[in-house]
Design a protein around this ligand. Structure first.
Ligand SMILES: NC(=O)c1ccc[n+]([C@@H]2O[C@H](COP(=O)([O-])OP(=O)(O)OC[C@H]3O[C@@H](n4cnc5c(N)ncnc54)[C@H](O)[C@@H]3O)[C@@H](O)[C@H]2O)c1
Length: 262
């Protein structure tokens, strides 16, 4: 399917690794001008180089999306250089905090606050500064990275789940409040995706349990998500807005007892 992203200007937060990196490649491969907004200076430069070597257009602007002044500066730099912002992939999150993220009673309120800052307030700040640009130019598309964690409940990762549930509501709010001005906003909710980082730390027993509870025989890869994100960015998805789309190997489609009944 031709996505017709030639010359469209896209910001991918957290575009230096994992799913953001895959989205940056996917968008650039479809002709978009991709701005990688990430705190990881070294990897941002590497992804920029790889995209350029593959014939695409990429620009790394090192940004901490938790800091409103940095988000403001990012948006100013992109609009002054390229004149518009057609697509925002709100992908970055403070994933290092998941190691300190247990059940609700044990959860440190400071960890919750930091998690919400990295995973919910940061995408809110990006929407706060990008939406007015999109409204002014007559439209645009936003995709927020949620998670199946925001649609379900686990025995741990309480702060992460709350942050992703918030991202899903942010998605609906933006879609409903700015849809008439041409802004679409959707969320993608992946299950565990084998990024470099996840592949390195995911224990074998958890991996096996995850696959046992999935409708597929394998876990997802960043490329299983990036195609959907690029589609949602494009006008081919012009009638899709305000929704959350799971990319989860069917894990949330099943009753919890299914794995034991197969
Ligand atoms: N990998 C999974 O299994 C999975 C599943 C569901 C949802 N998600 C979500 O997908 C998104 C991407 O996850 P991933 O696994 O690809 O992550 P990753 O760790 O591979 O990459 C995250 C990137 O975000 C950047 N980043 C972190 N904080 C930042 C900040 N404040 N400002 C700018 N950049 C920042 C990091 O430097 C890194 O490049 C996240 O929102 C995550 O919650 C991941």
């Amino acid at each position: 399917m031709e996505l017709e992203l030639d010359g469209k200007v896209a910001i991918v937060t957290g575009g230096a690794n994992g799913m953001g990196e895959a989205v940056a490649h996917e968008l650039a491969g479809n002709g978009a001008i991709v701005v990688i907004a990430d705190i990881d200076t070294e990897r941002s430069a590497l992804v920029e180089k790889e995209i350029r070597e593959a014939g695409g257009q990429a620009h790394a602007i090192v940004t901490d999306v938790r800091e409103e002044e940095q988000v403001r500066s990012l948006v100013e730099q992109v609009t002054s250089r390229f004149g518009r912002i057609d697509f925002l992939d709100n992908n970055a999150a403070s994933l290092e905090l998941t190691a300190q993220d247990p059940d609700v009673v044990s959860l440190d309120p400071d960890v919750l606050a930091q998690t919400l800052r990295g995973n919910l307030i940061a995408p809110f700040l990006c929407c706060r500064h990008v939406v007015p640009v999109m409204v002014e130019q007559g439209g645009g598309s936003i995709v927020n990275m949620a998670s199946v964690a925001g649609l379900t409940a686990d025995v741990a990762l309480s702060a992460y789940a709350m942050s992703k549930a918030g991202v899903i509501e942010l998605t609906r709010l933006v879609a409903v409040q700015y849809g008439k001005q041409g802004v679409r906003c959707n969320a993608v909710a992946p299950a565990t995706i084998l990024t470099r980082n996840v592949d390195a730390y995911m224990p074998d027993d958890y991996r096996a349990a995850y696959i046992r509870n999935s409708a597929t025989t394998y876990l997802g890869t960043p490329q299983d998500v990036s195609g959907l994100v690029a589609f949602l960015a494009s006008d081919r998805a012009r009638y899709m807005t305000g929704h959350v789309i799971p990319v989860d190997g069917g894990i949330t489609a099943a009753l919890a007892v299914v794995a034991d009944r197969r």
